[in-house]
Design a protein around this ligand. Sequence first.
Ligand SMILES: *[C@@H]1O[C@H](CO)[C@@H](O)[C@H](O)[C@H]1NC(C)=O
Ligand SMILES: *[C@@H]1O[C@H](CO)[C@@H](O)[C@H](O)[C@H]1NC(C)=O
Length: 350
Amino acid sequence: MLSKSLIVLVIVTMAIATESPALQQLRNKLDQNDYNSQLVEMLELSLAGGQLDRVFELLQKMVDDLTGQINAANLDHASRMAGFEQSIEQLEANLASIQNEVQTNSRKVGEITQAISTLTSTSVAVKKQLETINQREEQIRDNRQKEVQAMETKQSASSKILAALEEIHDRLVKAVLSNTGSFLEESEKKEMIKQIKKELGHKHPLALLLEFSSKFDEATAKRAIELIEQIIESIKEGQLNREANQTSVEQNFNALVNEVTVVRDKLEQDNQKTTSALKNKQNDLKIIQRRNKQLYKNQENTQQLLETIRVQKDLYDSNFRSNASKREGQLNSLKTALQILRDNEQALKK
Ligand SMILES: *[C@@H]1O[C@H](CO)[C@@H](O)[C@H](O)[C@H]1NC(C)=O
Ligand SMILES: *[C@@H]1O[C@H](CO)[C@@H](O)[C@H](O)[C@H]1NC(C)=O
C-alpha cells in the first residue's frame, strides 16, 4: 500500500504524464513490483505538474515516515521478542522446579516404601510373638486347671479312704472295748476286709493282716487299730503336704502369669506403635503419590505451553522479518527515486 504522502503527491499535480529520461532510469533501476510501479507512475504524474520542490519535499517525507515506521517496528520487535524470551525462561524455570520436586518425591517414595516394608515385617513379627505369648498363657492356665483338678481328685479320694478307715477304726475300737471274747462276727470281718481291699488295695498289709490272722482276737484288733492309725496319720500328712505344695505351686503360677502379662503388654504397645507408624507411612505415601500425579500433569501442561510459545515466537519473528524486508525494499526504492531525481534535477526543471 502506498502511504498518505504518496496520495498527497498525486493530488499536488494533475498533469499529463510525459516520459522523462530520469523516470526511465528509475524504472530500469527498481525491481518490478506493485509498490515500485505505482511509485514511478505517481512520480510521473507529479513531475508533469512541474512542482519539483514539492515532489522532493514529499519524497523526503515518505523516506522519513518509513524510516520512523522501521525504527518503531524494530523497537516493538525487540520488546515482543524479550517478552517471548521472558515467558520461555519463566516456563523453563517452572519446568525445572517441577522436575526437581518430582525427583525429590521419587526419593521420598523410595524411602517411605522401604520404611513400610520394614514396618510390615516388624508388625508381622510382633503379631506372631503376641500369638505365641497368648498361647503360652493359655497353656499355663490350662496346666494349672489340670493340676487343680488332679489335686482335688486326690484330696477327695484320700478323704474317702480316710472316712472309710475312720469308720473301721471306730468299729474295731468299739469291739475291743465292748467284747474280749468271740469278738467280731465272721460276716462283719469279711465285710471289713472287703472294704479295706477296696480302699487300700488287695495286697495292702492291713488287708493281709486281717485276712490271714487265724484268730481275730483282741491282740490282732489292737495291731490293726495301730496300723489304721498310722495309715490315717500318713494320709492326713499327705493331704497337708499337698495343700502346702498347692500354695507354692499357686505362687509359681501367679508369677508366671504376671511375667506373661508384662511381656504381652509390652508386645501390645509395640504392636500399636508399629500399626500406627505403618498407617502414617501409608498415608504419607498416598499424599506424595497424589502430589506426583499433579506434578506430572503440571509438567505436561508446562511443556505444551512452552512448545506453543516457542512456535508463536518463531512465527512472529519470521513474519516480522518478512515485513521488515518489505519495508527495507520500499525504503530503498524511495531513496533511489530521490537520488535519481536529484541527479536529474536540472534537466527536470526545464
Ligand atoms: C508339688 O506339686 C507338683 C505339681 O503338682 C509336683 O510335681 C510335686 O512333686 C509336688 N511336690 C510335693 C512335695 O508334693
Ligand atoms: C506483518 O505485516 C502484516 C500486514 O501489514 C501485519 O498484519 C502483521 O501484524 C505484521 N507482522 C509483524 C510481525 O510485524
